[in-house]
Design a protein around this ligand. Structure first.
Ligand SMILES: Nc1ncnc2c1ncn2[C@@H]1O[C@H](COP(=O)(O)OP(=O)(O)OP(=O)(O)O)[C@@H](O)[C@H]1O
Ligand SMILES: [Mg+2]
Length: 417
């Protein structure tokens, strides 16, 4: 915070006692100043325009204009103001509407002093990062050095059938691909039941929803502020703590945010749920590679075949799909050869059944960390190398003059052109 600058807070509640209690909780904080109090939504909008507070503490049920409408108006008129909803309504529907109207955070009545103060400071910190950061063209490194935006690659890990190992593969892939020179961002696009925080034993402070919500105005500093650092060096954009937050964002925002991340990270690895939702399709659309995971059993293979039919119907180039078998065990009786023949797509990598994978998940440490000589780890590293090689820029060729006869039409964008 700039020397002498305080966090300006506007308190909005129709009950005088609540306003007074909040003011009292804040009065001894040297870095916080209450710049106004309002007892209706309308009054809040007028005061916010006038006082330009950093943070607004907003009640929901008020006479003349409710807190959700006031939030919507203030977010539009005073975008730098971060709105924290304060309500007895623990109803998810209210909170979702408030978040969609532009609220940054919420507190349940009556908040404890600590909760209130830390929420205000966090909201302020985000507003400061967002306003301080200039539009990103040239990025500034940790040592103050500048570097041009990257042309990173987006790798989406998907399976048509759930529980076959996408999150295991995505998290180990992050370990395999991350280096000082090729930085990795791991993004949880499983917005309802994201597992990356558990797989990596990370404590979520922020979620990927904040990244997606701000897709239109992202800059490197803000993106980094909502990511969680993994001790292996890569950044993780964790799924939200509650499933209903998935409804706050749309596919276009996800697409835009992923496209932004690839200007910042050499590899953006996206973990997905096993459903062809609009959000998953938009991730496919911007992916340089889809890692399609299946296990060598009949139901998983049936689903993988359907997946190839779908992408074929959408004219998504099949060579952008890397087909990987996980939990390969020769006792199962189905070989990669059988599967290749049945699906008519090459199996690029095979990861063996490894019982220590389960232990690694339960301890929150990807197996590749500290266990590089296991057959599973060696297969993972081999797969990472094949991915890298497949994503490296192709040597320049003479442009083809004549179009081949019977060639497929150019790939159509999967989602939203
Ligand atoms: N190579 C492997 N060997 C043995 N077990 C494995 C292997 N890969 C994954 N597993 C196990 O499979 C289970 C599912 O893995 P994971 O959560 O990574 O799958 P997923 O496709 O992300 O599932 P979901 O659909 O729930 O997101 C885990 O219990 C994990 O231990
Ligand atoms: Mg998963």
């Amino acid at each position: 915070m700039a020397a002498g600058q305080k966090i300006g807070v506007l308190i909005v509640d129709d009950i005088a006692e609540t306003r007074e209690n909040i003011r009292k909780l804040l009065q001894f904080e040297a870095d916080i100043e209450v710049v106004g109090t309002a007892k209706t939504g309308k009054e809040a909008v007028t005061l916010a325009r006038e006082k330009r507070p950093h943070v607004v503490i907003m009640d929901i049920n008020m006479p003349d204009m409710d807190g959700i409408t006031a939030t919507e108006l203030i977010s539009k008129d005073v975008p730098s103001a971060q709105i924290v909803i304060l309500s007895v309504q623990s109803d998810a529907d209210y909170l979702r509407r408030a978040m969609m109207a532009g609220a940054r955070d919420f507190l349940t009545k009556p908040p404890s002093g600590d909760e209130l103060i830390s929420t205000i400071r966090r909201a302020y910190e985000i507003s400061r990062l967002r306003t301080a950061a200039a539009p990103m063209q040239i990025a500034v490194g940790p040592g103050g050095q500048t570097f041009a935006p990257l042309e990173g690659k987006i790798i989406t890990v998907y399976s048509a059938k759930g529980g076959v190992g996408c999150t295991t593969i995505a998290s180990n892939l992050a370990v395999a691909l991350h280096t000082e020179e090729t930085r990795v961002a791991l993004v949880d696009c499983n917005l309802q039941f994201g597992d990356l925080a558990v797989f990596l034993n990370l404590k979520p402070q922020h979620s990927v929803i904040e990244l997606f919500e701000n897709a239109e105005t992202l800059d490197g500093e803000f993106a980094a502020s909502v990511a969680t650092d993994h001790s292996a060096g890569f950044k993780v954009f964790l799924g939200p703590p509650t499933p209903e937050q998935a409804d706050i964002v749309n596919a276009a925002q996800v697409k835009k945010a992923l496209e932004f991340l690839k200007t910042r990270y050499a590899y953006v690895i996206v973990d997905t749920p096993s459903a062809l939702t609009e959000i998953v399709l938009s991730a496919f659309d911007v992916s340089d590679k889809i890692v399609l995971v299946a296990t060598p059993d009949i139901p998983a293979i049936k689903d993988a075949r359907i997946f190839f039919d779908v992408i074929d119907a959408l004219n998504f180039p099949a060579d952008r799909v890397m087909f990987v078998l996980n939990r390969v065990d020769k006792r199962g009786g189905i070989t990669a050869q059988n599967i290749q023949e049945s699906i008519k797509h090459e199996v690029t990598a095979q990861l063996p059944l490894e019982e220590r994978v389960l232990f690694s998940i339960n301890s929150g440490v990807p197996l590749l960390i500290g266990n590089r000589s296991l057959p599973f780890s060696m297969a993972m590293l081999d797969m990472a190398n094949k991915l890298k090689a497949g994503l490296a820029p192709a040597p320049e060729k003479e442009p083809a003059v004549v179009e081949e006869k019977g060639k497929k039409p150019a790939p159509r964008r999967l989602f939203g052109g």
